[in-house]
Design a protein around this ligand. Structure first.
Ligand SMILES: [Zn+2]
Length: 316
């Protein structure tokens, strides 16, 4: 009897043993991409699909995994219409890269990944960025954060002499619900306008938001139902309120300390342009922290749909 696929059983050993074969890797990728077992046309969303096969005796052989739509007649594979469209990397290596990125708590560098997958540095760097791009939360579909939230910001990078170091740092804003999800955004500066827009996009106005004493939060959260501030300049880091709640931003500090392990320990250097993608990667792992590594990978695959990332942005 064929063993039923169990996401919790998925680990590096089982992935390498059972899915290093390209044919089996394609089957797994298709099963994760179309969980109902029926391919859907990425061009017109029609579900009557047939598999294309090479004609007997034909000199040209059709590659594996090509389907055609009964309505629009366009051919497609499982990667068309996803962030991996047009990738020449074998699916077994793509699956392996997804698993490694989903399970490495402090991330991995592209150089490390390229040695593990036996792909070139640039191919791996772009493959990892495709994954990170897909990991970003879709704010239109996501539920706004509620209950007790914490908001804070940190600065990443920066080099040079003392005068220029602050100008070169990039600000990452974070809002996190206690025992819930996190949302990150790279902002040009900590102003009430930037913070206010970020909060309006991510947090319900009925939520309680804890922040430090930065004045931008006071202005940005003036319409919030409840805004608690802890005064770090007076060495106040956690305050027990009479209603039994505790005001602090320590959950944010916890998220930032993980992100900085990635910057110092794995990537060493991140550009301002690509920082949102690195932050999304940590955000995704944080939001799925209660899942097993295999489950996190299985949950990731549907997120690749409808997203594209270009190495060179097309002219039009
Ligand atoms: Zn179609």
């Amino acid at each position: 009897m064929k063993k039923k696929f169990d996401a919790d059983d998925l680990n590096l050993i089982s992935l390498a043993r059972e899915y290093s074969n390209e044919k089996r890797a394609r089957k797994l990728f298709e099963a994760l991409r179309w969980p109902d077992g029926k391919p859907i046309c990425p061009h017109c969303k029609f579900d009557e699909i047939y598999k294309l096969k090479s004609k007997a005796g034909s000199k040209t052989q059709l590659r594996a995994g090509v389907y055609s739509c009964a309505a629009c007649r366009k051919p497609f594979t499982a990667t068309v219409g996803t962030v991996f469209e047009n990738s020449h990397v074998p699916l077994s290596k793509i699956l392996m890269a997804i698993f490694i990125l989903c399970s490495s708590k402090k991330s991995v560098s592209a150089l490390q990944l390229s040695r593990m997958l036996k792909t070139t540095y640039l191919t791996t760097w772009f493959l990892a960025h495709r994954c990170r791009h897909a990991m970003a939360t879709d704010l239109k579909a996501a539920k706004p954060l509620e209950n007790i939230c914490e908001a804070d910001e940190t600065f990443v990078g920066g080099s040079g002499d003392f005068r220029t170091i602050l100008q070169r740092k990039t600000c990452v804003a974070l809002v996190v619900e206690r025992d819930g999800k996190a949302r990150t955004r790279v902002i040009p500066s900590v102003t009430a306008k930037n913070i206010g827009k970020f909060m309006a996009d991510c947090v319900n106005t009925d939520a309680t938001v804890n922040t430090d004493e930065h004045v931008a939060y006071k202005v940005a959260l003036k319409n919030q139902k409840r805004h608690d501030r802890v005064n770090h300049s007076k060495y106040e880091y956690a305050r027990h309120n009479p209603d039994g709640t505790v005001s602090h931003v320590n959950t944010c500090e916890s998220f930032f300390s993980l992100l900085k392990r990635g910057v110092f320990g794995a990537w060493h250097c991140v550009s301002r342009e690509h920082l949102p993608k690195y932050a999304s990667e940590f955000e995704y792992r944080w939001n799925t922290r209660h899942d097993s590594d295999g489950q996190r990978m299985v949950n990731f695959v549907p997120m690749i749909e409808g997203k594209r990332l270009y190495y060179h942005q097309p002219a039009n």
